[in-house]
Design a protein around this ligand. Sequence first.
Ligand SMILES: Cc1ncc(COP(=O)(O)O)c(C=O)c1O
Length: 373
Amino acid sequence: MRLQDFALERFFARWEFEAELLLCASDIEGWPMSDLLELAGEDDRRRWGDLRLGYTESHGDPELRAAIAGLYEHVSPDDVLVFAGAEEAIFALHSVLLGPGDHAVVVRPAYQSLAEVARASGAEVARVDLHEADDWRLDPDEVRVALRPNTRLILINEPHNPTGALIDRPTFDRLVELAAESGARLIVDEVYRFLEFDTADRLPAGADALATGVSIGVMSKSFGLAGLRIGWVATRDRELIERLAAFKDYTTICASAPAEVLALIALRAGDRVLARNRAIVEANLPLLDTFFSRWAGTFEWVRPRGGTVGFPRLLAEVPIDRFAEDLVRETGVLLLPGSVFSDTGNHFRVGFGRTNMPLALERLEAYAERTLR
Ligand SMILES: Cc1ncc(COP(=O)(O)O)c(C=O)c1O
């Protein structure tokens, strides 16, 4: 398998720990360890104190899998396989489900691995575009047209990175129908689930919607615990769980023991963890609204409906890659140029999950005053 460079991750490898303020991160402000441990109940504290640092169960700790299953309606602990982040889950899914002669339908833009690992598996990948003019909506008819007899999977990401878009319920139901009719498996990357700005917009999980449906989840985004590197696949298709588990024997084998306990603590206190994280997003998003309305002729802003990121467009003549490079060098504020998503429309990703976002935005505004007025 020959993978192309992951443009976004290469960009972050260059800048993430050098730039002073990340105005483009997709995770939520990482929890301090001490705050997380304060949420631990008696059983969790005992687990943490008595923890032995040996290998762990390759499917994931049973209590952790039970806590993950609790996030779904029809999923049981045996329908969950723990991975080292969502990234490993994506790698395993594509590796197990796709090969030469297969076909996959993947939304565009998308987190690169969602399409790239599929392509590198030897499968043909059809991209279905989200439309900015239509608030980055996905048209299920375009998915229908892309389907072929050998389409093995339809992959969507809801809420979506980088646009913050979220399809509506009828669109989701139509995709479920298309998957059921065609025999293609519906895979939903749900790493930003639980961060819908209107909770009424929350979609059913992929694993709940269809017996063969797949949900990809992670502790990194909505739960603000990226450093744990705990992700998962949930699906009621036990045969797929077994195939994925057999694949994982060649990657990480099992999860980190401390990370599993910390993830369990967070999930058992899930309401409090999510409330703290949602509050950060809810405080930041109106500041972006105000900024973009003040700069309406300079930036185009489609307000996200969920998640931690949006995908505005710089309308000025200056190419976004140059703007972002000059911005970070002069002010320490990092934006993510759309080119890392192969976007050619002068878009960039903003992230609003960090508590220092107001300061980053102030600096962006001062820089824009100097260079774009
Ligand atoms: C849509 C999407 N899926 C998967 C991932 C991978 O998550 P993790 O890095 O926690 O494995 C990301 C990370 O940005 C993402 O945005």
